[in-house]
Design a protein around this ligand. Structure first.
Ligand code: PHE
Length: 290
């Protein structure tokens, strides 16, 4: 019985093998008879190569300028503890300054830390994180995304900021002004000047809003700058003693300055774009002009 089954298997395998070989030969012959592949056709050129997005370009330039001035990059999370975003920066739970940045809260019930959590409204919490991790002297800059409940031609619910913090012995308002002047000159070019106006941010004292020579009229006065020759670009000040104490520094021993500015706003001013939302819509007709 076994011998008969083996003989049958050999016969079937032999027939299958022969048929497979025949099919392969026919396939090859059909390919050889078909019109040949024309390898001399020119290749298709890829569409225009991409390049950096105007906001990324501004961000890279800012970091490079600050790196030359001795600042290192520090990073922090976009989903941030309320404590770092507000409280440690001298904005307790019912502080009115929170309203201006009114905020996307993140529900944390049931998972992980139960501490209140927000999408960070500014890059200033990185000041706290950096200071908690080390002792002065400290010079950091921190670019990244921030989130607020805003949506109009000059505000988007997500935008970019860069935070700059310097803490050391004997840091003064003069150091802040000098740094800002150089920062603005390096980014916009010679002839761009700064102007400080007293202002209030809970985490600095004194605080200032900083204006730059209007990029549209170069200071002559136009509609964008409402005739003043200056446009507002950033917030700045000397680090509040209470903030220094919150991270365990002694305000009698060290002092510091900080400033924070909107990267998108700087990019808009530098390239004369009047609607922030263009940056985030990904419309090639816009991006190709940048
Ligand atoms: N964090 C402030 C804002 O987003 C800007 C700022 C930073 C002001 C540092 C002073 C010092 O409006």
């Amino acid at each position: 019985m076994g011998a008969a089954v083996n003989a049958a298997r050999d016969e079937i395998e032999g027939l299958l093998g022969a048929r497979q070989k025949a099919l392969a030969r026919e396939g090859l012959e059909a390919e050889l008879r078909a019109p040949p592949l024309d390898v001399t056709l020119p290749g298709r050129r890829p569409d225009a190569a991409g390049r950096r997005h105007p906001v990324s370009a501004a961000l890279d330039d800012l970091v490079e300028i600050l790196a030359r001035m001795g600042y290192e990059v520090a990073e922090g999370p976009e989903v941030e503890l309320d404590y770092y975003n507000f409280e440690a920066l001298n904005m307790p739970p019912d502080h009115p300054a929170r309203d201006m940045q009114d905020t996307f809260y993140v529900a944390t019930e049931g998972h992980g830390p139960t501490a209140p959590t927000v999408l960070r409204t500014h890059t200033s919490p990185v000041q706290i994180r950096s200071m908690l991790g080390r002792r002065p002297p400290l010079r950091i800059c921190s670019p990244g995304k921030v989130y607020r409940r805003d949506d109009d031609p000059t505000h988007s619910p997500m935008f970019h900021q860069i935070e700059v913090l310097c803490v050391d012995r004997d840091v003064t308002l003069g150091d802040l002004k000098g740094t800002l002047a150089e920062f603005v000159r390096a980014f916009f070019g010679e002839g761009f000047r700064i102007r400080l106006r007293p202002s209030y941010f809970p985490f600095v004292e004194p605080g200032a809003e900083v204006d730059v020579t209007c990029t549209f009229c170069l200071g002559k006065g136009c509609r964008t700058c409402k005739g003043s020759g200056f446009v507002e670009v950033l917030g700045a000040g000397l680090v509040h003693p209470r903030v220094l104490r919150n991270v365990g520094y002694d305000p009698e021993e060290v002092s510091g300055f900080a400033f924070g500015c909107g990267i998108d706003r700087l990019a808009m001013l530098r390239s004369g774009v009047d609607d922030l939302r263009h940056f985030f819509e990904g419309d090639l007709r816009f991006l190709e002009q940048m």
